[in-house]
Write a protein that binds this ligand. Structure first.
Ligand SMILES: [Fe+2]
Length: 407
């Protein structure tokens, strides 16, 4: 009997133990699934923010929301590397934000500085017990744990992410791996942004040099293209044109005379009346500009704008004799901006005019040379245009580059 009871006790104990093990497994699986589900939904949310990387604060805020869910950390700091030897906090979230924002970490200094130097992600539980961690004044050093990952791409350091847990909470290897995955994703995005900026700067620098070289051929038009670009943009915005048209006005204004690169310098600088054959060469510059731009990716969209900037609203212009709305709106805007700058700064064949005289001329030539709608918008934005006309633009080439900002 005792043997039977012992046997039953053993069987029941075994079944109970088995149940506990199964339950524990189920709970673990359920927790793992929950964690996986959090990671997936967090990644999904973060991927929606990727296109906003130019707004790094917003992106880092989204990244922090994700890592907070996954690691249960209390504080987040995104350090940017200044390219020399210092890590500067760019985005901080947590109770001690104000204290952390004052920190400047040299490479190798403190736990994060060391991680940035070795390029090896790591965590440090009970940080206060380890001499490598640097205490930030005003923050609790006791019972805090740190996890840092370097932001690197192709061995170039962009910054570091630091997570902090307070009140004795600790990090584990799994949380380190997850944070590393997120940081690597951010690193590749920041690196692409960096490459885009480098390409954009190179491209705008090249355009600026080209425009400037055309202006240098013509002593009467120093900064003319730059002013036409800014005036065209002012008029386009006054007309509430869509962003794409404002872009065409702005960049088309800068490049409208790029075709003069193919016109001999002595023809551009002459102040004597030209014979027919010489003026025919100058009249070719819209087509030369069109043919140049049509071959350049990113600028082919501007080619038509440049081709038609000497067309007249009544059809008396060149090179095609287009009329009214057949002429692209960006060309009609640039035509007015071009005339305003030429009248204000004068030409070998005409005296300088005052703003008052310019407004009268524009009205006089409305519906003949110019589109009345464009002229009315130019008159409406008269004070803005006046500011552009009197600007000295002493910064030279850099001013041309500014045209491409926010594009
Ligand atoms: Fe022109």
């Amino acid at each position: 009997m005792m043997t039977l009871i012992a046997f039953l006790f053993f069987v029941i104990s075994f079944l109970l133990l088995l149940t506990v093990v199964i339950l524990f497994q189920l709970i673990t699986v359920s927790q793992e699934n929950k964690k996986l589900s959090i990671i997936i939904s967090s990644l999904q949310n973060l991927s929606r923010e990727v296109y906003k990387l130019t707004d790094q604060t917003r992106f880092m805020s989204a990244m922090w929301e994700t890592l907070k869910e996954v690691t249960n950390a209390d504080e987040f700091t995104y350090f940017v590397f200044d390219g020399r030897d210092t890590l500067i906090p760019e985005y901080v979230s947590g109770i001690y934000k104000n204290e952390i924002l004052k920190v400047r970490l040299k490479l190798g200094e403190g736990f994060t500085g060391r991680v940035a130097t070795t390029r090896e992600p790591a965590f440090l539980n009970e940080a206060n017990k380890n001499p490598i961690s640097k205490h930030i004044p005003g923050t609790p050093h006791e019972e805090s744990s740190l996890l840092a990952t370097p932001i690197t791409f192709n061995n170039k350091l962009y910054g570091a992410i630091l997570l902090t847990k307070l009140q004795g909470k600790k990090f584990n290897k799994e949380e380190l791996k997850i944070t590393e995955i997120f940081t690597n994703m951010v690193a590749s995005l920041i690196a692409s942004q960096d490459h885009i900026t480098t390409i954009k700067n190179g491209f705008t620098g090249l355009i600026s040099v080209l425009v400037k070289s055309v202006e240098l051929k013509d002593t009467y038009s120093a900064y003319h293209s730059l002013r036409v670009s800014l005036i065209s943009e002012a008029i386009a915005k006054e007309m509430n044109l869509p962003d794409a048209e404002v872009y065409r006005c702005k960049i088309g204004g800068l490049l409208h005379d790029i075709g003069k690169i193919g016109v001999p310098e002595d023809l551009l600088k002459t102040d004597k009346p030209m014979d027919v054959s010489k003026s025919e060469i100058i009249l070719k510059h819209p087509e030369i500009g069109y043919n140049l731009l049509k071959k350049v990716a990113l600028l082919d969209d501007i080619a038509d704008t440049v081709l038609y900037h000497h067309e007249w609203y009544n059809g008396d212009g060149y090179p095609k004799g287009l009329k009214g709305e057949q002429i692209p709106i960006s060309s009609r805007v640039i035509s007015v901006a071009d005339a305003i700058d030429a009248m204000y700064h004068g030409r070998p064949y005409s005296q300088r005019k005052s703003i008052e005289e310019i407004c009268n001329e524009l009205e006089k030539w409305s519906s003949k040379q110019f589109d009345l709608k464009v002229v009315l918008a130019a008159i409406q934005s008269r004070s803005k245009i006046e500011e552009i006309l009197v600007n000295e633009f002493n910064e030279s080439i850099e001013d041309y580059g500014k045209i491409f900002e926010n594009i």
